[in-house]
Design a protein around this ligand. Structure first.
Ligand code: NAD
Ligand code: DAU
Length: 339
């Protein structure tokens, strides 16, 4: 069995590479990644010498290059993580989001069609459903919730989902889609809420909370997401969408205060800054379908997962210090200076 994983030098893709090499020692894993600002070969360093692993630097929008890779590798399954993934960046400039997330997906779908790939899995997001109101804890996203996007990022992800479903209906391509809630854990790029807050606390920098910090996210430890995708690509029904999430809803302020407490810092570091434009209020996943069909349940709750994550950041300072001391500084300055 050969699995081609795109975006494997990023946060979730990298965790998935490690997970699959550990759980399926007999599988060949090929990682295709363009190494954008979010891709980091340091994440894959522990597996670079593994004979069952191969890394190929390539852009999923490069049709010729991608076809060449499929010709040579002939993967059984493709799992597409490659994407521009940060909402704030999509608000600044959405062009690359459309190119990578939509056109890149199209190239991969065409490659799977041309080379007869047995399964294409699209890693999507709960953000395609838009948001839920605050204070309506009876409401959740199900697979039947209409697509209703808020940011250019989520619009690009929803477009890709529609394309995947069109290739299934029209070309009978064997596809599955998963829509997961917010992940956290090791190798998370420090522009996102949890790693940003951990690294800022450790550097005694202000903690920029958007608006009043009341927005709610449904946090899932990244390894639980990896296990869900593993189950879907092996046992999920072709043509189906699976929501992934584990009822770990927290307001942003609760998350930030938990990190402060775990690191024994002061809440004085919290700084309320201008809200994100179009800021989604609440995400909450109903995971009934994946539980009933595939028996998936999350195994790590937020209290346990956040401790493990903080410990990882404390033990792997070189990994994230290297990032925040590089060109990321320019991004940080631009996004937060006058906010
Ligand atoms: P990330 O930004 O950490 O990583 C993205 C990876 O894709 C990077 O390694 C980057 O180099 C690579 N990439 C970008 N453009 C590429 C291109 N044109 N060709 C090849 N590689 C390219 O993202 P992430 O947080 O790991 O998210 C992975 C996927 O999961 C995305 O599709 C995202 O939409 C989805 N998702 C993320 C979350 C989350 O909480 N982070 C939750 C649900 C779904
Ligand atoms: O729900 C899944 C999505 O989760 C994925 O599809 C995206 O790829 C991923 O980036 C994530 O999107 P969010 O926008 O929810 O994640 P982010 O970490 O950027 O923000 C989480 C919340 O924290 C959000 O309400 C905005 C807020 N926030 C974020 C940052 C970076 C702050 O208050 N301050 C900050 O500095």
């Amino acid at each position: 069995m050969k699995i081609l994983i795109t975006g494997g030098a990023g946060f979730i893709g990298g965790n998935f590479v490690h997970y699959m090499l550990k759980e399926h020692k007999e599988y060949d894993i090929v990682c295709v990644d363009a190494l954008t600002y979010a891709g980091n070969l340091e994440t894959l360093k522990p597996v670079m010498d593994n004979l069952k692993f191969k890394f190929i630097k390539a852009d999923i929008t490069d049709r010729r290059e991608i076809y060449k890779i499929f010709e040579v590798e002939n993967p059984d399954i493709v799992v597409n993580f490659a994407a521009e993934s940060h909402v704030d960046r999509s608000i600044e400039d959405s062009e690359i989001f459309l190119r990578t997330n939509v056109m890149g997906t199209q190239v991969l779908l065409d490659a799977c069609k041309k080379y007869g790939t047995r399964r294409y899995h699209q890693v999507s997001t709960d953000e395609v459903y838009g948001d839920l109101p605050l204070g309506r804890i009876d409401l959740f996203f199900t697979e039947e919730t209409p697509i209703h996007t808020s940011s250019p990022y989520s619009a690009s992800k929803a477009s890709a989902d529609l394309l995947v479903q069109a290739y299934h209906r029209t070309h009978k391509l064997p596809v599955t889609i998963s829509r997961c809630s917010n992940n956290y854990g090791p190798y998370h790029f420090p522009e996102k809420l949890i790693p940003l807050m951990i690294s800022n606390v450790l550097n005694r920098k202000p903690l920029p909370v958007y608006g009043k910090g009341e927005n709610v996210r449904d946090w899932l430890y990244v390894e639980d997401h990896c296990r869900a995708i593993d189950l879907i690509i092996h046992s999920g029904k072709v043509g189906e969408v699976y929501n992934i999430g584990g009822h770990n809803e927290r307001t942003n302020l609760e998350v930030v205060k938990t990190i402060i407490k775990e690191l024994d810092a002061s809440e004085d570091l919290i700084t309320y800054v201008t809200d994100r434009a179009g800021h989604d209020l609440r995400y909450a996943i109903d995971p009934t379908k994946i539980y009933q069909e595939l028996g998936w349940l999350p195994t790590t709750d937020f209290e346990e997962g956040i401790k493990r994550t903080i410990t990882w950041y404390l033990n792997n300072k070189k990994w994230w210090e290297h990032i925040i001391n590089g060109e990321y500084q320019t991004y940080y300055e631009k996004m937060y200076k006058d906010r």
